[in-house]
Structure formats: structure tokens, C-alpha cells
Design a protein around this ligand. Sequence first.
Ligand SMILES: Nc1ncnc2c1ncn2[C@@H]1O[C@H](COP(=O)(O)OP(=O)(O)OP(=O)(O)O)[C@@H](O)[C@H]1O
Ligand SMILES: [Mg+2]
Length: 232
Amino acid sequence: LAIRARNDFRAVMNHEMRTLMHAVIALSSLLLETELSPDQRAMIETVLKSSNLLTTLVDDVLDLSRLEDGSLELEIGPFNLHEVFREVINLIKPIASIKKLSMNINMALDLPTYSIGDKKRLMQTILNIVGNAVKFTKGGYVLIKASVANPESSRDWRPEFHPASCNGHFYLRVQVTDSGCGILPQDIPFVFTRFVQSRSGSNRSTGGAGLRLAISRRFVNLMGGHIWIESE
Ligand SMILES: Nc1ncnc2c1ncn2[C@@H]1O[C@H](COP(=O)(O)OP(=O)(O)OP(=O)(O)O)[C@@H](O)[C@H]1O
Ligand SMILES: [Mg+2]
């Protein structure tokens, strides 16, 4: 019965809520095309921004719910790995430049162009981490490094994870560094738990539900990888 209720709930979230949100988004976009006073324009812009945020929140809650009961499956296919990073940069750079953060990417020369995996979920995960770096950094920089993990240089890795590449598989290593507030050492073990936010950077004003690190960890685990935080 509980499973049935959960599936019904998810179906409603997915279909009904999405349909309603689409109507709100489409109509407020249309309204913005009309003649409005500055006050009205600002209000409709807020309606549009909030509806977009609500839509991504619904997506996140659905993803997490399906990840938690194991019903989310990766969609594996060939994709351009370099393009994933280009798309991440294109999406995040405008936000970084509003905040006057320098944003750079460092792709190793031996990073394969084509790869097989779940492009959408890989990109979503990288976006979550890079998005946090930009969100919790007031000034300075955000740096993304992408390389192929080399099992020989195991000192780079946490002791509990030893990637070993075999027949055509490789471990993609993505390192995101920022000059922001960091995370208190005592908070690190908890921030991958849903709805948990660190005391150092988050407050009501940064917004967010505290879901995306939880989602990211589950995606990385599904892909056979490992994700961790270092803060100083
Ligand atoms: N780069 C970072 N610098 C400082 N704190 C961070 C960083 N990344 C994550 N955190 C901390 O970890 C918490 C959890 O991150 P998570 O992405 O799950 O949630 P969120 O960003 O608050 O909300 P959302 O679900 O919208 O992403 C954040 O609230 C923040 O306290
Ligand atoms: Mg986040």
C-alpha cells in the first residue's frame, strides 16, 4: 500500500504539477511581452523566476525519491564528454560573471572526447557541484579540473576508493575548487544528507532545499564512482 501511495504521489507530482507549472510559466512569459508598468513587470518576472525554481525543485524531489527506492535507472549511451563541460560552462558562466567570479576550466589533454555513459545525469551532477561553488563564493574564483583518474597516483585518492581502469573503462575525475566560505569540518559528514545545509555559508538568503548534494552522491554511486569534499 505504501509503495502504491508513493507511486501515485509521484505520478501526480510528475504530471499534474508539471502541467500546471507549464501553464504558469507560459502565461507569465506571454504577459512579459505585453505593455506593463515597471512594477507589474517586476512582479511577473518574480512569478516567472519562482515558477522555474519550483519546476526544478519538483524535478529534484522526484529524482531523489526514485534514487532512494532504486527505481531510477541510468540511460547509457555514447556522448561527447568535452561538450558536457562546455555546456556546464555556458550555463554557469553568466551567473559567475554577475558575481564577478573568475571561472576557469582545465581539461586534461588525454581526456577522451567520446565516452559512454549517462550524459544527462553526469551533467546534472557536475552542474550541482559547480552551481554550489558559484553560489557559496562571494569573491575570487571557481576552478573546474577534468582528467582521467590514474590508478597509479593513488595518493590523489581517498583511502577508501581505489579506481582501477579495465578494458576500455576509465574513471573521470572532476575537481571543483572555489575560494568561498568552505564547509565546517564537523558539517562535512552531513551535507550529503538530504535537506542538510552547512552553518558556514547557507542562510535563508542563499536559497535552496539542500537536496542536490544528496542527489549527486546517489548519481555518482550509481555510476560506480566516489564523491567527497575537502575544505580548509
Ligand atoms: N562549494 C561550497 N562551499 C560552501 N558550502 C557548500 C558548498 N557546496 C555545498 N555546500 C554546503 O552544503 C550544503 C548542501 O548542498 P546542496 O547543494 O545539497 O544544497 P543547497 O545548495 O543548499 O540547495 P539545493 O538543493 O538547491 O542545491 C549547502 O547548503 C552548503 O551549506
Ligand atoms: Mg546546491
